[in-house]
Design a binder for this molecule. Structure first.
Ligand SMILES: NC(=O)c1ccc[n+]([C@@H]2O[C@H](COP(=O)([O-])OP(=O)(O)OC[C@H]3O[C@@H](n4cnc5c(N)ncnc54)[C@H](OP(=O)(O)O)[C@@H]3O)[C@@H](O)[C@H]2O)c1
Length: 293
């Protein structure tokens, strides 16, 4: 049995869907069974579980030989993953695929990198076979700007002139599925997953303009303004600071790396940003104007 955690999230839903398309039945761990209900369309077994509740993890991991450990972004992310790894040891789980992030390192200058790096270390020390996937920023993050892009032709990020090799969640999920299903090939490996090209935010905006047929502009936002906006949207201060730390690193050129790891795993190239926009064009288009009288 394969256990998928984070199953209601952006990647988790896509991973469950792709596994179902391959005829693989999985158990999906969700915090709230009602929220997980739509996953039943993919013929999954739903189990209630929370990374902060070890007893629930014991129940979720019963009879599981492989698991995807997909942690949330949280200040206690290391503790949550420690709980999961300890429960997997108790359950006798043989293989774990860890969803990590580009730049994961216990000595990273940003907390996100340290949280993932420390958890990778715990997994390495656990004696359980594992594979680590470290994606760069998701193209799907831009859905957060869809109304702005559609109606005002702009999006704002504190990204300066940085270039980033964003990757499509559909591709990350394909790599996750491959590494889950083929542990003899992938156990012991760590992969950094990127898109096929590194684009500045101005280039991303130009891609949107070209595919949508209306001008889209990138606004280089000051970190303080970014933080103020996040707080105004009701997001916690630690999260705004976490993202600002990440963007500060991006502005040094840190996210521009393009790797071949996705192609090594899947045998084909990842999707371009342009392809992502084309496939999701409707989400970024202005609502139809009222008919002229
Ligand atoms: N965004 C990026 O560009 C990016 C880039 C690289 C790596 N990452 C990494 O991607 C991961 C997030 O992936 P995602 O965006 O696909 O997830 P997501 O959409 O943010 O969803 C988070 C998932 O985790 C579940 N969850 C939250 N707290 C939990 C807990 N205490 N116990 C069990 N499950 C819990 C959520 O369940 P509920 O539905 O119940 O809330 C949800 O299914 C993070 O580790 C992040 O560092 C992100």
């Amino acid at each position: 049995m394969i256990l998928i955690t984070g199953a209601t999230g952006t990647n988790g839903q896509e991973i469950v869907k792709q596994l179902a398309e391959q005829g693989v039945t999985v158990r999906a761990m969700v915090r709230n069974l009602a929220k997980g209900e739509p996953l039943k369309a993919f013929n999954v077994e739903l189990v209630e579980g929370d990374f902060s509740n070890p007893a629930s993890l014991d129940a979720a991991l019963k009879g599981v030989d492989k698991a995807l450990m997909l942690p949330p972004i949280a200040p206690n992310a290391v503790e949550l993953q420690r709980n999961f790894i300890e429960a997997a040891k108790r359950a006798g789980t043989a293989y774990i695929v860890k969803f990590s992030a580009i730049g994961a390192d216990p000595n990273s200058p940003m907390r996100l990198g340290r949280w993932h790096g420390d958890a990778e270390q715990l997994l390495a020390d656990s004696g359980i076979a594992y594979c680590t996937l470290r994606p760069n920023g998701f193209m799907q993050n831009f859905f957060a700007f869809a109304p702005l892009i559609a109606n005002q032709g702009l999006f704002a990020q504190p990204g300066g002139q940085s270039s980033i090799s964003h990757i499509d969640v559909r591709d990350i999920s394909e790599a996750i599925v491959q590494t889950l299903l083929n542990e003899t090939v992938h156990a012991g490996k760590a992969y950094t997953l990127t898109g096929p090209e590194s684009l500045s935010f101005d280039q991303v905006a130009a891609n949107f303009s070209q595919v949508l047929g209306h001008t889209v502009q990138y606004i280089d936002q000051a970190p303080e303004e970014f933080k103020a906006n996040m707080l105004a949207w009701g997001q916690p201060e630690w999260l705004a600071d976490t993202f600002n730390e990440m963007f500060a690193l991006y502005r040094t050129g840190w996210g521009a790396e393009v790797t071949e790891d996705f192609t090594t795993i899947t045998g084909h190239a990842p999707r371009s940003f342009e392809q992502f926009i084309q496939d999701n064009r409707q989400a970024f288009m202005p609502e139809a104007a009222p008919a002229a009288v």
